[in-house]
Design a protein around this ligand. Structure first.
Ligand code: PEP
Ligand code: MN
Length: 459
């Protein structure tokens, strides 16, 4: 094994962002505690290796070329206390079941990426939250503060970043063990799909596709066989720059810096300003990266972002995650795809059909309608295919647990069901069945769209 990455060196990747405006950073009340946490992280082992990040980049290059499909998903915010071996394996196997359906439907190898082992920091729309006249700092993810509405919990505590690092290391350990086990083979995913279909209120609707997938034997990764069933990469929003920078290491073999907190990091919609600290930090790391784009982005702004984040145009380096809302995706996305395509920029286009479709339920819960999520995803496919470009994947907030956070889907969850098992500490997730409902319903729309002009009649 080549010597790697130790210790962190003085490198521009650690310093360049510090003089620039950094959105969504906590106000840590105790500078000495922050120093101690950052020092501990800087002395920690890398969670992922450059070789793995490069492998994911090559997989995502295939997505950008239209030769593979990305299935990315997991919690909006990981919850330090709730994550356990069961929840990890349920989420991993849900992703695998989704990969099985999407792989078959798209006839493409699937790259599977979890929002896991590091998804602990959240951008928020306000700095404080008021309840019954009491104002406290907003919850910013378990890497920053606690979810409970008390002064003690909500005070940012930098030692939480160290706890998150250790939990992420333990999570990765289980995921890696799971990847090498029987459970990761195509058999268990097929069995799970069979059971899901048999128990679904939509059984009659889903059965033909389930049978086809079973006949094909599950994973349909064509080509050179790189589609390894247990291969699961880790991703999170690279929001907390103190955390990310402290875990950045320069690969001694190549001299290139890598974020070693996860394989793929993304910049969120709220922190992607061109002159900001996040874009600067991300431009210095060699990992595959993604950026979320909402309906307000202009084509000029997007081209400049691509220029900053992927100046060499390396395929697989940059994934664009589109989150516009069901209403806007058909209107805003075409102009962006046209410009990026005309410039010949090799990016992967992926749909996040969750974040543009968040609504408030009468109970006050944040929720999303399954039908809106499906509609945005269908709109994304319609736009990309209409322009001869590749709809490269999905980015979902989901869990393998049977939560009641989004409404609709095969079981027809309603607003009144939300309080039953609403567990998310941030945004509402599709549960396992709703995630599969989404894949089956999209498959149905894609099948219907095979006849010319069919997209038009679907709306
Ligand atoms: C998220 O992915 O949880 C998120 C905050 O997304 P966005 O940046 O797209 O709003
Ligand atoms: Mn979210």
């Amino acid at each position: 094994m080549t010597p790697l990455l130790d210790p962190p060196t003085a490198h521009a990747v650690h310093t360049g962002w510090r003089s620039l405006p950094a959105g969504q950073q906590p106000s840590w009340p105790d500078a000495a505690a922050l120093d101690a946490a950052v020092t501990a992280l800087a002395a920690s082992l890398p969670l992922v290796m450059p070789r793995e990040c490069d492998l994911l980049k090559s997989r995502l290059a295939a997505v950008a070329r239209g030769e593979a499909f990305l299935v990315q998903g997991g919690d909006c915010a990981e919850d330090l206390d709730a994550i356990n071996a069961t929840s990890i394996s349920r989420s991993a196997s849900t992703l695998q079941q989704l990969a099985t359906v999407f792989g078959y439907v798209m006839s493409l190898p699937v790259v599977t990426v979890a929002r896991m082992a590091g998804q602990y920091a959240k951008p928020r729309s306000a700095a404080t939250e008021i309840r019954d006249g009491v104002e406290l700092p907003v919850y910013r993810g378990d890497a920053v503060n606690g979810h409970a509405f008390t002064q003690a919990a909500r005070t940012p505590d930098p030692h939480r970043m160290v706890r998150v690092y250790h939990k992420s290391a333990a999570t990765l350990n289980l995921v890696r063990a799971y990847g090498g086990s029987e459970q990761a083979g195509p058999g268990p995913a097929l069995e799970a799909l069979r059971e899901f279909t048999a128990a679904s209120p939509e059984r009659v609707r889903y059965e033909p596709l389930t049978k086809e997938i079973e006949r094909a034997g599950g994973f349909t990764g064509t080509g050179d066989g790189w589609h390894t069933p247990g291969e699961l990469f880790m991703s999170h929003e690279g929001l907390l720059l103190d955390y990310e920078s402290a875990l950045t290491r320069v690969d001694t073999a190549t001299g290139r810096p890598y974020a070693t907190s996860g394989h793929l990091l993304w910049i969120g919609e709220r922190t992607r300003r061109l002159d900001g600290a996040h874009v600067e930090y991300f431009s210095g790391i060699s990992n595959p990266i993604a950026v979320k784009i909402g309906p307000a982005v202009t084509a000029d702004e997007l081209l400049r972002l691509i220029g900053r984040l992927s100046p060499e145009g390396e395929p697989g380096r940059l994934t664009l995650v589109v989150r516009m809302g069901a209403q806007k995706v058909r209107r805003v996305l075409p102009g962006l795809v046209e410009r990026v395509t005309a410039e010949g920029l090799p990016v992967a286009w992926v749909s996040d059909p969750m974040h543009g479709n968040t609504i408030g339920a009468p109970s006050g819960h944040k929720t999303r309608r399954f039908d809106d999520v499906l509609d945005e995803l269908a709109g994304f496919f319609e736009v990309l295919r209409g322009l001869g470009a590749h709809p490269g994947g999905v980015h979902l907030e989901l869990t393998g647990d049977d939560v009641t956070e989004c409404v609709g889907g095969g079981a027809g969850l309603g607003f009144a069901d939300l309080p039953m098992r609403y567990r998310s500490v941030c945004d509402p997730r599709l549960n396992r069945d709703q995630s599969l409902d989404l894949a089956f319903r999209l498959a149905e729309l894609l099948e219907a769209a095979r006849s010319p002009g069919a997209w038009e009649t679907l709306r």
